[in-house]
Write a protein that binds this ligand. Structure first.
Ligand code: ADP
Ligand code: MG
Length: 248
């Protein structure tokens, strides 16, 4: 069984230390939620996990199945089974969504290079139905002119195709209307179950957690995890607000 270990991580960006000793272990099949106010370092943590070059790991270690990921480029991490759904997906002009998906799949899975385009597209389309996306969508340029909701669906479509061991979802729920939230949450659940993925769900709101029930909820403040609990903690946060947990 795979596991991602975040071990006493200190990290900085632009010369400022943002993460100040974060430890967390996510195992395959588990659902963890990280909640916390704006600016507490949640996205920073997701970038550090994926190895974004702008972020520096000052101290600590990140391991997947015991192997340190420190210094490893993002595509190598993806190959080993990590996936990140971005809070703000990038628009890439001139690259169709379909060819992007084929490349991403081929880069992560050995059989991807051998798979016929026809077989690949039929797999993609099956997953698109799960997300209630129109077939014609994959002919468009990646994220270009996609609405907020379409970008989020596209991120989850990638997750469903890549079948990661561990997926980090950074505010996948923000900007989705109620129906879209339900569709996307169900797709996350089905895809995580199929691949037995471990999930690290970063969110502001409890609402996504009603659909994707977390085993563990962590509160992040000032670059640290200040409290960990079960699902009830998410409800408590919604009721009391973050302030009760973030003071000091
Ligand atoms: P969250 O996702 O919890 O809202 P972030 O991880 O995005 O928080 O940001 C944490 C802190 O890091 C914020 O204070 C933010 O301004 C700062 N930060 C993020 N990116 C940069 C950067 N490139 N340079 C300097 N500070 C940054
Ligand atoms: Mg963020």
């Amino acid at each position: 069984m795979s596991q991602l270990e975040i071990d006493d991580v200190y990290a900085s960006v632009g010369g400022t230390q943002i993460l100040k000793g974060v430890s967390l272990t996510v195992k395959q099949g588990e659902v963890h939620a990280i909640m916390g106010p704006n600016g507490s370092g949640k996205s920073t943590l997701s970038y550090v996990i994926m190895g974004h070059p702008k972020y520096t790991l000052d101290k600590g270690d990140i391991r997947l199945d015991g192997e340190s990921l420190v210094g490893m480029p993002p595509h190598e991490r993806a190959k080993r089974g990590l996936f990140l759904a971005f809070q703000y997906p990038q628009e890439i002009s001139g690259v169709s969504f379909a060819s992007f998906l084929k490349n991403a799949y081929g880069a992560v899975h050995e059989n991807g290079k051998k798979m016929s385009v026809k077989d690949f597209l039929s797999d993609v389309k099956e997953k698109m139905r799960l997300l209630k996306m129109e077939d014609a969508f994959i002919e468009r340029y990646l994220n270009e002119g996609f609405s907020g909701g379409e970008k989020k669906r596209s991120e989850i479509l990638q997750m469903a195709l890549l079948q990661p061991k561990i997926a980090v979802l950074d505010e996948t729920d923000s900007g989705l209307d109620i129906d879209a939230l339900k569709t996307v949450s169900q797709a996350i659940q089905v895809s995580a179950k199929t691949a037995n993925s471990g999930l690290l769900i970063i969110t502001h709101y409890q609402r996504i957690l009603k659909y994707v029930n977390p085993d563990h909820v962590h509160v992040m403040a000032h670059g640290r995890i200040v409290k960990t609990g079960g699902h009830a903690l998410a409800e408590e946060l919604e009721e009391k607000g973050y302030e009760a947990f973030t003071k000091g």
